[in-house]
Design a protein around this ligand. Structure first.
Ligand code: NDP
Length: 243
């Protein structure tokens, strides 16, 4: 599978760090032309130096910026809506600002970027594949994660609608639902050992995921081995949701 994605262009949002960064490295290694979209310029400069990708510096919380960046990226064959944000707040103290900004990045940006990519794929008649990076939080309630859980459940719902509407154009759309993955975001939510230990104990494999394990699942869903998989929420969770 070394050059599986040769001749394909993949747009990856949130490619500066964590899962998106690992996905950019993997897709480049498998032959894809990578367009990396993220917020911090220095991350994009370093990634470009590493894999020679194209870069788009964009704040996806801004709907107009998100749409302009997605338009500039065209034409793309594959899309990974990975950029995401989390702000931990108890439900009773969840602010409208935090809720809105979480939804703007985790759901609205995925909608906007996918609209621009899918319009272009349909116009070219090429088909395509889209992976939305959701979370186990789409399916369970985690304390302090009200905005985040709501946003990921919404992203799974959006994924299903995209799959049923875009399927006739040969565009497959799937979500992945990782458990805690060792990235800068996980440091924010899970660095307290008193929280991490009970969480790890609930995972049958007794460990958190590595970014590369999630990236390999994304690549699988983007690739021809997944040619009949459409509209699923695919757990990458060591068995967490089975428990
Ligand atoms: P990180 O915080 O480690 O990286 C997120 C990346 O997205 C960064 O490059 C960040 O850029 C970028 N990003 C965030 N907000 C914006 C924005 N407004 N505009 C443009 N880029 C943005 O996160 P992870 O790699 O951990 O998470 C990736 C995805 O995986 C997210 O959707 C997350 O919800 C999901 N996920 C993560 C899990 C985990 O435990 N880590 C578990 C399950 C799902 P910058 O740093 O410059 O803001």
């Amino acid at each position: 599978r070394s050059r599986e994605f040769a001749g394909k262009t993949v747009l990856i949002t949130g490619a500066g760090k964590g899962i998106g960064h690992a996905t950019a490295l993997l897709m480049a290694a498998r032959g894809a032309r990578v367009i990396a979209a993220s917020r911090t310029e220095a991350d994009l400069v370093a990634l470009k130096r590493g894999i020679g990708c194209e870069t788009l510096c964009v704040d996806l919380a801004d709907a107009h910026e998100a749409r302009e960046a997605a338009r500039r990226a065209q034409p793309v064959d594959l899309l990974v809506n990975n950029a995401g944000t989390v702000e931990l707040q108890p439900f009773l103290d969840t602010t409208v600002d935090a809720f809105d900004s979480t939804m703007a990045v985790n759901v609205r940006a995925a909608l906007i970027v996918a609209q621009e990519c899918a319009r272009n794929m349909i116009a070219r008649g090429t088909g395509g594949a889209i992976v939305n990076v959701s979370s186990i939080s789409a399916q369970i309630g985690l304390p302090l994660h009200a905005s985040y859980c709501a946003s990921k459940a919404a992203l799974d719902g959006l994924t299903r609608v995209m799959a049923v509407e875009l399927g006739e154009h040969g565009i497959r759309v799937n979500a992945i639902n990782p458990v805690v993955t060792l990235t800068p975001m996980a440091v924010k939510a899970w660095s307290d050992p008193d929280k991490a230990a009970p969480m790890r104990a609930r995972i049958p494999l007794r460990r958190f995921a590595e970014p590369d394990e999630v990236a390999r699942t994304i690549a699988y869903l983007l690739g021809e081995d997944a040619s009949m998989i459409n509209g699923v929420s695919f757990a990458v969770d060591g068995g967490f949701l089975a428990g």
